[in-house]
Design a protein around this ligand. Structure first.
Ligand code: PDD
Length: 289
């Protein structure tokens, strides 16, 4: 395994970051997780655009690698061959004597690494995850993909300690998102996901799913999902770049939709994968149904 740090490809043990790095001291940085399938990135431009917005949101000047981000990230993938993988890319404000206010002239630290992706199984019995609900205790700019993830970390840990995988967060009686995912609720043939704004991350997978479903003629709404609507949903799904589209089997220990299965999710996964293959220029095989 080789990681990328500030211009060099190195074994992780040789990649050294100053203890004065503001990413370490303050969580003063942003990140992206970009999936790749068959060696090609999926929705790379969208991830890089969001990276630019996150950097602008916390006023870190965007580092411009000479060869450009796409080539740099491709070179990292090439140095870490394997199956489907995601690239984690983090940029912090850099190292400087500790002071909350921005330092003058710090050079941003750029770090990237590759991790395997386990593809979502089309069988809901294998793909499904348990979730719990928790109050959303995060800050007011969750649209910025900040590395300061302590509230998300604590929520995920609480989920894991109760035997679940994801925590679905509630604020003022409505769903915001998962600790590391966006949330969709299904009622009949209607699919809803909370609207964009400062309360949620504008998930790249979320947007791609919304666009794909609408393109296929589905009733897919970006509208508030109340706690009551979540609890009464026929199906609940979560989306992220590393998990695609995953059904939630139990919510706070209760079977979602009375345990009637995930027929809408199975169709949606087919729509999602066909749209993904089209957008990546992969010939349709009909395998993802
Ligand atoms: N997280 N909301 C939160 C809080 C997230 O952390 C993530 C993804 C998402 C989904 O966004 P996207 O579809 O762009 O991956 C929503 C990544 C995968 C992570 O932190 O590892």
């Amino acid at each position: 395994m080789l990681v990328y740090l500030n211009g060099a490809f190195l074994p992780p043990g040789e990649a050294c970051i100053s203890p004065l790095d503001r990413g370490f001291l303050f969580g003063d940085g942003v990140y992206e997780v970009i999936p790749s399938y068959g060696g090609a990135f999926f929705l790379l431009d969208e991830h890089l655009e969001r990276l630019g917005r996150s950097l602008a949101g916390i006023r870190i000047p965007e580092p411009r690698p000479e060869e450009g981000w796409p080539r740099l990230l491709e070179r990292l993938l090439e140095r870490n061959p394997g199956g489907d993988r995601s690239v984690y890319l983090q940029i912090s404000r850099g190292a400087a004597p500790r002071d909350h206010a921005f330092p003058a002239g710090a050079t941003p630290t750029v770090f990237a690494m590759v991790s395997p992706i386990v593809p979502t199984r089309p069988d809901p019995a294998e793909a499904g995850i348990a979730a719990i609900t928790l109050p959303d205790q995060r800050w007011g700019r969750c649209d910025i993909k900040s590395v300061a993830l302590l509230a998300n970390v604590l929520a995920r840990q609480q989920a894991v300690e109760t035997g679940a995988v994801e925590a679905i967060l509630l604020r003022d009686g409505v769903v915001t998102e998962g600790a590391a995912s966006n949330v969709f609720a299904v009622h009949g043939d209607s699919v809803s996901t909370p609207p964009l704004g400062h309360a949620i991350l504008p998930g790249i997978t979320r947007q791609f799913l919304v666009d794909s479903l609408r393109g296929a003629g589905w009733d897919c709404r970006e509208a508030p999902v109340s706690e009551e609507a979540l609890r009464s949903a026929d199906e609940i799904w979560v989306t992220s770049s590393t998990r695609e589209l995953v059904p939630v089997t139990t919510l706070d220990g209760h079977p979602v939709g009375g345990g009637r299965g995930y027929p809408v999710w199975q169709r949606a996964l087919g729509v999602f994968r066909r749209a993904r293959d089209r957008s990546m220029g992969i010939r349709e095989t009909g395998a993802a149904q």
